[in-house]
Design a protein around this ligand. Structure first.
Ligand code: SF4
Ligand code: F3S
Ligand code: ZN
Length: 103
């Protein structure tokens, strides 16, 4: 599962479409965690898609990740500022790749 303490245990290494990327990143095998309020561990995501289907405010968008060992697309928290902390995505992800910091 995603490390809920990733803000302490990882470093911000990049910015992707306005959100943080937490390393380590070594493409294409290692992609890190995207987002901060809504965080998706790209190295765990298997592109199940339940988060995209269930999020009531469309926080997630598919991003292509060719060559990654788990899946060739990931749920990117492109609109994390819209999150209403319903926690549905956290509950439905089969590999526990998502952390939402509801505070
Ligand atoms: Fe969307 Fe709810 Fe997940 Fe926020 S917690 S990203 S609103 S499903
Ligand atoms: Fe990935 Fe989990 Fe969503 S596997 S596509 S983060 S439901
Ligand atoms: Zn991203």
């Amino acid at each position: 599962a995603i490390d809920p303490q990733f803000h302490e245990n990882r470093e911000k290494v990049d910015d992707h479409e306005g959100h943080d990327v937490w390393g380590p990143v070594d493409e294409p095998d290692k992609l890190g965690i995207h987002g901060t309020h809504v965080a998706v561990d790209f190295d765990l995501c298997i592109a199940d898609g339940a988060c995209l289907e269930d999020c009531p405010v469309d926080v997630f968008e598919w991003v292509d990740t060719p060559g990654h060992p788990e899946s060739e697309e990931k749920a990117d928290p492109a609109n994390e500022a819209q999150c209403i902390d319903c926690m549905l995505c956290v509950d439905v992800c089969p590999v526990d790749a998502i952390d939402v910091d509801a505070g």
